[in-house]
Design a protein around this ligand. Structure first.
Ligand code: ZN
Length: 313
């Protein structure tokens, strides 16, 4: 492409929220009520969780290396302090381009809200975002990297923007009625419109198994799509025709945002879940020749392909 045809875009700066905002909900796994406060945070401080209501407030960084449990959700732990079910909030923060934030929690689990990322986006939009004084840092993938677990795979490839595809594999009469593959290029697709509203989902008999190991104790049709042998049980049905596979993408985006920066690259997931998403993130961090931190803050940049634009509501 001749240089004159390339696009000149303004710098991309780090973002935080304009002022604190609160929400109250329940933890989907603990069933416990939790109060969450989101607070603005300084440049380069990242996403940090703070447990209040302890003898001394304790902090856990949103980091792939702090992932401690991936059974049905992604949990973090540091110095014995646990933060559970972080993936939907992190996915929303990626969608809004939030780099720096303090997340205070009165209990150990992020509230599940409606089982999607949309309520977090709504909450943050009530206070708005502010651009900060330093450039946003992206993790630019410089060579392909792939991990697997059985026949499940998760991979990242170089791409100047962010694309994600996911293949959901489950042979069930209800799942078989809906699309099992989604492929989205976020330079052309709104995360907020097309992904953020996709809810958690599960089979009712899987719910009973999860509750036997003290998971999903707060799960209900208020915060998940429930499925029996024949049908979706929620009165209003699905929010998207491909809501199941879109939720898997929403989860993967949240899990990968634990890298601490948005990815410039292409993600491909095949049956991957929280464990494999974290394995991919850790593998990437270990392979220092597979990525570079990149900013577009100092000079207006010229790109032939539109770069990831933070969602604008
Ligand atoms: Zn999820």
């Amino acid at each position: 492409m001749p240089k004159s045809a390339s696009k000149t875009l303004p710098p991309i700066m780090q973002r935080t929220i304009r002022r604190p905002v609160h929400a109250i909900g329940i933890g989907v796994h603990s069933g416990e009520k939790v109060r969450m406060t989101l607070r603005p945070a300084e440049e380069h401080s990242g996403i940090r969780f703070v447990r209040t209501h302890l003898d001394a407030p304790a902090e856990v960084r949103a980091s792939a290396q702090n992932v401690s449990d991936t059974t049905l959700s992604t949990s973090l732990a540091d110095n014995g302090i646990q933060i559970a079910t972080v993936e939907h909030l992190l996915s929303a923060l990626w969608g809004l381009g939030v780099d720096n934030l303090v997340v205070e929690l009165s209990s150990e689990e992020v509230p599940i809200m409606d089982g999607s990322a949309a309520p977090f986006i709504y909450l943050i939009n009530t206070v708005g975002l502010v651009e900060q004084r330093v450039a946003k840092e992206f993790i630019r993938i410089t060579r392909p990297i792939k991990v697997n677990q059985g026949d499940a795979e998760a991979a990242l490839k170089p791409f100047m923007g962010f694309k994600a595809s996911y293949t959901f594999v489950a042979d069930h009469p209800v799942y078989n009625r809906y699309p099992k593959r989604a492929q989205l290029d976020f330079s052309q697709t709104s995360y907020v419109d097309q992904v953020s509203r996709a809810r958690s989902f599960g089979l009712i008999n899987e719910l009973q198994q999860a509750q036997a190991i003290n998971k999903c104790l707060g799960s209900s049709l208020e915060n998940a799509v429930g499925i029996d042998d024949f049908a979706v049980l929620n009165d209003d049905g699905l929010r998207y025709q491909d809501e199941f596979v879109k939720h898997k993408l929403l989860d993967a985006i949240g899990d990968l945002y634990l890298l601490g920066h948005p990815i410039l690259g292409e993600f491909e997931g095949y049956k991957s879940g929280h464990a494999l998403n974290n394995k991919l993130a850790r593998a990437l961090l270990r392979c220092e020749d597979a990525w570079q931190l990149t900013t577009f803050g100092e000079e207006p940049r010229q790109l032939e392909t539109p770069i990831l634009q933070p969602a604008v509501i």
